[in-house]
Design a protein around this ligand. Structure first.
Ligand code: 13P
Ligand code: SF4
Length: 637
């Protein structure tokens, strides 16, 4: 299992584990003792009964080994990995009686911690489009502080102070008792000169007071402010002190709070009200599992043979290993679309996400049909820009100019819906990929003064910066906060505020940590990562560029890679003479890329054998015609 060091977690968990086991085991388990014999051994699996993010496997493992040190516990997913319903999380082998004795306590820890990781990931995804990060609070289950906060990290969140001693947090009660912010800070500095200080402010005048302190304090907590006031606070602060928003935060308003521009948002709910993730343990035999998997693979291969040249399976690099192995072609999104274009196959089974299958359908020849094994396999980034929202932005932008068509070229990253590609096609715009974004942006800026780039703000910003465009010439579109005409006049690139919830997880501190751990490491990241990560990395590359760079590098080299984890792990397996690790301690997986399973692929092939099309991806002909224009403009560069 690859994540952070678990020693501290286990030390913190030991007495909780002992307490929980003594509470549950009592005088023994008469039910199991009367049914099973002492020496009977078996294999069991823990499975997810709902989708979620896993956290707490080291604690579950410790529970089993405390009950019976001979139990072999094998995690089947990483800490922090998203799982789908039915997915196996761990395999446990040993005496049946021991397994059943430990089951409840192990699951109680695992379910609670995975529940926290799951809700944290939901909040982290909800602010992906901004730079804001999700913080926990001290509203943890008594005694479980270290476990709860660990689970927050597994969900992609950031820990606030672990306890009162770590940082001074000056709240209304302190301020009111001592007579003001300045007085409170003076007393704390006199008591402990180096203690980091955070001040809670309730109004903008308190904010001014907190900002006037010298030396500056470490952080300001904006308590219970509405979004309008938060935006004013961000403007007043002007990046001087780290800002945290807190109070009345829920999923319904967190997007708007994040868009106000704060650095952190603390959310009590992720620890005090997390719903446990539904997990269960079922006794099984490994043989049955392997036999079932082998049968499924064999069934898919037989159906592939039956279909012959009629069907081709395309698998993206982020797919599960068993799917990649069954693919006729493995590639990044553009390579796969190109193989789809070249093939004579009637059926293109696209194991990837919807925008890729749609792009293949747009470029498909007459009579070719594209199938996506999992209907729900979307792309979080693509979903951040709906056609309605982009059209609304375009119409608002057109009010700044006499003729917008002469002023702005729309560019859509290929990770977008067919309708947005069509929008670009019909407004003289382009599609781009991460491999050719520079070429496309340069071309559009040669043609017109400005580009409107969607949906990925980070790819847009990184590409613009590479072309020498200054920060002051880049504007992130915020429908809650429209730019002034003067701002628009000096802007060369308008960015949609979208982001990929996988690549957004890589943070500058990960680079510091990995460089300390592996001093000679080379860091390569995908351009969907945030600007500060790209600036600190040694190299940036699209999916295909990362693969080429790593494969062609000399033996013995050490790489830390900032991209999707299944690809990073495969690169490590295929390059055993190199050290290849994820840049992040909690390696991020693309959840929707994991949706495609042997079952869903098998169902599509079975259907084709019976002349039945499961999950065909169709694009309306007018949309396809316009989208093709934008794609062809890109391909002609
Ligand atoms: P590629 O175009 O590099 O395959 O990337 C697609 C993607 O989804 C990156 O996150
Ligand atoms: Fe979309 Fe990000 Fe997944 Fe790529 S990794 S498919 S951009 S969500």
């Amino acid at each position: 299992m690859k994540t952070e060091n678990h020693d501290n977690l286990i030390v913190a968990g030991i007495h909780l584990i002992e307490l929980a086991l003594s509470e549950d085991l009592g005088e023994g388990d008469p039910t199991s003792s009367s049914i099973f014999t002492e020496g009977e051994v078996t294999t069991a699996y823990i499975r997810a009964k709902k989708p979620g993010v896993i956290a707490g496997l080291p604690i579950a493992q410790e529970v089993f080994s405390r009950v019976d040190p001979n139990i072999i516990f094998t995690p089947l997913v990483d800490e922090g990995q998203p799982v789908i319903t039915g997915e196996k999380v761990a395999q446990i082998k040993g005496r049946v009686m021991s397994l059943l004795s430990a089951e409840r306590v192990a699951l109680n820890f695992l379910q609670r911690m995975s529940g926290i990781a799951t809700i944290t990931a939901v909040y982290v995804d909800a602010v992906s489009c901004s730079d804001a990060r999700i913080l926990d609070t001290r509203k943890t289950c008594p005694g479980h502080r270290i476990l709860d906060k660990y689970a927050v990290r597994m969900g992609g969140g950031t820990n606030h102070r672990m306890n009162l001693a770590e940082m001074a947090l000056v709240k209304d009660n302190h301020i009111d008792s001592v007579g003001g912010i300045r007085q409170a800070v003076e007393k704390i500095r006199a008591f402990s000169a180096n203690l980091p200080i955070e001040i809670e402010v309730r109004t903008l005048s308190e904010l001014h007071e907190a900002l006037s302190l010298e030396p500056p304090i470490d952080r300001i907590l904006l308590d219970n402010m509405n979004c309008h006031t938060l935006r004013q606070a961000v403007a007043i602060n002007n990046s001087r002190v780290i800002l945290e928003a807190s109070g009345n935060v829920g999923l319904e308003n967190i997007g708007e709070i994040a868009a106000a521009g704060v650095d952190y948002i603390s959310v009590g709910q992720i620890t005090h009200s997390a719903e446990a993730l539904d997990l269960s343990m079922k006794v099984d035999t490994q043989q049955t599992e392997n036999v079932q998997k082998r049968k499924m693979i064999e069934h898919i291969r037989t159906n592939k043979r039956r279909l012959g040249k009629k069907a081709v399976i395309l698998a993206h690099h982020y797919q599960r290993d068993e799917i990649v192995e069954l693919g006729d072609f493995r590639g990044d999104s553009l390579e796969l679309v190109r193989s789809a274009e070249k093939t004579d196959a009637e059926y293109i089974v696209f194991c990837g996400v919807r925008f890729m299958a749609e792009t293949a359908a747009i470029l498909a020849r007459n009579g070719q049909r594209v199938l996506l094994p999992e209907q729900g396999a979307g792309c979080y980034l693509a979903d951040t820009a709906t056609e309605d929202d982009v059209r609304k932005a375009w119409s608002l932008l057109s009010e700044y100019f006499a003729d917008i068509e002469k002023e702005i070229t729309p560019i859509t990253y290929v990770n977008s819906s067919a309708t947005l590609k069509a929008f670009c096609g019909s407004h003289g715009g382009y599609v781009c990929t991460s491999a050719n974004a520079s070429r496309v942006l340069r071309k559009t800026l040669d043609e017109k003064p400005r580009a409107f780039f969607f949906p990925d703000q980070h790819l847009g910003r990184n590409t613009a910066a590479d072309l020498g465009i200054m920060d002051s010439e880049i504007l992130v579109w915020n429908c809650h906060y429209l730019p002034s005409p003067a701002d628009i006049q000096k802007t060369r690139v308008i960015l949609w505020p979208g982001a990929c919830n996988v690549h957004k997880r890589f943070q500058p501190e990960h680079i510091d940590i990995i460089r300390k751990k592996l001093p000679d490491v080379k860091i390569i990241v995908h351009p969907e990562c945030i600007r500060s990560v790209v600036q600190l990395a040694d190299e940036t590359g699209s999916t295909s560029a990362i693969i080429k760079r790593v494969n062609e590098s000399p033996p013995g080299i050490r790489w830390a890679i900032g991209t999707e984890t299944r690809l990073v792990k495969r690169l490590q397996r295929e390059n055993p003479d190199k050290t290849i690790v994820s840049l992040a301690p909690v390696a991020p997986y693309c959840p929707t890329m994991s949706y495609t399973t042997l079952t869903s692929l098998g169902r599509v092939l079975e259907g084709l054998v019976e002349d039945h099309l499961h999950n065909e991806v169709k694009v309306d002909s007018e949309i396809a015609t316009n989208a093709r224009l934008a794609l062809e403009r890109m391909l002609s560069l």
